[in-house]
Design a protein around this ligand. Structure first.
Ligand SMILES: Nc1nc2c(c(=O)[nH]1)N[C@H]1C(S)=C(S)[C@@H](COP(=O)(O)O)O[C@H]1N2
Ligand SMILES: [Mo]
Length: 308
């Protein structure tokens, strides 16, 4: 389905030499190295960070900073995954505000600084794109339920609707009339309240890069990557299931739930396996992307084939 650029299949030797360098530098953790760089001075985007031997809870190594920040889906900029980083480089992520409203007792606009104050934990999650590739990403952020609690959802609120910034001057892909901009996504309220559901403001201990959805994006690790909407500016609690951009564009291919499910094929390809970026053999895709223990109960009694 996709050609594998050479840049993705040769990094192991690089990792090994970086590891050796770290060893020589002494027992410095990645965090210590970052701290040593000084908080305010962001290293050039091209500078790779060590994975420091860390893994997800299933034992899979973290994807590298370089992989995570140079292979992106972000149609507001371009449909070329390798081209997003350059086009998004000048994107202004500050100042930023997220307007939270709809069926809530206390509608409120959060500045980025107020969002950061809600917490900055690290969460290592797998990201599985509906196209059949995946990564392991160390996000920094806070569970969305913290923000929702602050605005006090009303009894009639059953779903959460998310919207990306619409600014065609800065996001050239938004001139493409084929897509019903702005990008919209939605979750059922209980999915949104689940502790795994994150609002991410960083990765690898740094502020979130523009190409990864900076300054703030949603991360829902048991769903296909397209649910994890980037550059969020609006969050509304609503009574009815929102229509996402992908549902509007191709309702037969993309449903509201989009839970990772190896047993339900996309109409045009199997979802039984995936290509972890940087690896050659494909991996089997896991039910709910490996988070079934934590989230399967949300869908008890539902037909997950009909609710794709
Ligand atoms: N606003 C917006 N959010 C988006 C997308 C997009 O095109 N626009 N692409 C989605 C898809 S298909 C995936 S797989 C992930 C990719 O996130 P990453 O580039 O940080 O890996 O972002 C999702 N969020
Ligand atoms: Mo995706």
């Amino acid at each position: 389905m996709h050609k594998i650029p050479a840049s993705e299949i040769t990094p192991e030797q690089l990792y090994l030499s970086r590891r050796a360098f770290l060893g020589a530098a002494g027992a410095l953790s990645a965090a210590a190295l970052l701290a040593a760089c000084g908080g305010g001075t962001a290293a050039p985007a091209a500078t790779p960070l060590p994975t420091d031997g860390r893994t997800d809870e299933l034992g899979a190594p973290l994807s590298s900073f370089e992989q995570i920040t140079t292979y992106n889906n972000y149609y507001e900029f371009t449909t070329d995954k390798a081209g997003v980083a350059r086009l998004a480089q000048q994107f202004q992520t500050s100042p930023w505000a997220v307007q939270v409203g709809g069926l809530v007792g206390k509608p409120r606009t959060f500045s980025l600084e107020e969002l950061l104050a809600l917490g900055q934990e690290e969460r290592i999650y797998r990201l599985r794109c509906v196209e059949g590739w995946s990564m392991v990403i160390p996000w920094r952020g806070f569970p969305l339920h913290k923000l929702l609690a602050a605005v006090e959802p009303q009894a009639g609120a059953k779903y959460v609707r998310f919207e990306t910034l619409f600014r065609p001057e800065a996001m050239p892909g938004q001139h493409d009339q084929l897509y019903p901009w702005p990008y919209v996504e939605g979750l059922r309220l209980d999915e949104a309240m689940h502790d795994l559901t994150l609002l991410a403001t960083g990765l690898y201990g740094r502020d979130l890069t523009p190409q990864n959805g900076g300054p703030v994006r949603l991360v829902v690790p048991w769903k296909y990557g397209f649910k994890s909407i980037k550059a969020v500016v609006k969050i509304d609690l609503v009574a009815e299931a929102p229509t996402s951009l992908w549902m509007a564009l191709a309702p037969g291919e993309y449903g509201f739930y989009a839970n990772v499910n190896p047993e339900v094929a996309h109409p045009r390809w199997s979802q039984a396996s995936e290509r972890r970026i940087g690896e050659l053999p494909r991996r089997p895709t896991l039910r709910f992307n490996g988070y079934a223990d934590q989230v399967a109960a949300l869908y008890a009694g539902m037909d997950l084939r009909a609710n794709y």
